[in-house]
Write a protein that binds this ligand. Sequence first.
Ligand code: 6PG
Length: 224
Amino acid sequence: MEIKLLDDPAEAVADLLVETAAAGGHIVLTGGSSPRRAYELAASRLPDWSGATAWFGDERCVAPEHEWSNFAMAGAALFSRLESPPEIVRMEGELGHEAGAGAYEAAVRERLGAEPRWDLLLLGLGPDAHVASLFPSKPEKEITDRLVVGVPEAGMEPQVPRISLTLPAINAARHVVFLVTGASKAQAVRRAFGDPPDPTSPGAHVRPAAGRVTVLLDPAAAGR
Ligand code: 6PG
C-alpha cells in the first residue's frame, strides 16, 4: 500500500484514468462528489475511451438521470465530454437493490468471470470510513460469497437503497485507488489506513491479495 499526500490528488487520479483508458483497461468508477473534477480532467486529456470498459463500484437505487445517481454524475463529468465513450456497464439502480445487484453480478461474471481483475478500481471514503456502499454499521460488508450485493438501508445520506460491489470483488482488482479529500475525512483515513487500522472500518479491509492499493490524500484528509 502506498499513501501519497498531494496538493491536488484529482490530478493524479485523472492521470491514472487516462493511462488505463488509453490501454483499453477495465475501470471501476466511484460515486460521491470527490471524483467529479478528476473525471472532468481525464475527459479533457483523453477524448477517445473507445477501447476501455467503465464499471461502477456502487449505485444509489434511483433512475439513471436522477441527481443522486452515480451514473448521472459520471455521465455529466466524463462520458458526455468524450468524443468516443468507453463501453459502459452501469448498475441499474432503477431495478431496486435486489434485482439490480443480481443483474450486475450476472454482468460481471459473464464478462470477467468469478474473479474480476479490474485494472483500476477507484474508491472514495465516507466520513464513517465506508467504501462503495459498504457501511460500518450494516451487514453487507461481511458478504464473501457474492461479487455484488443489494443494500436495503444506506448507512448515510442519501437515504436510498444501494447496489454495491462486495469486499471480495473490490479486492480482486489489480489496482485500487482511493481519492480522499477534506478535513471531514481525516478520522476515517486514520481508521482505514492508520497503523494499526481499525477493523470496524470497511476501508481497513480493502487490501487486494494480488494487487496494490494507492491512497491519494490532500493535506486536510491526511490531518490525523
Ligand atoms: C456513493 C459512493 C461512496 C462515496 C463516499 C465519499 O455512492 O456514495 O460511492 O462510497 O465514495 O461516500 O463520497 P464523497 O466524495 O461525496 O464524500
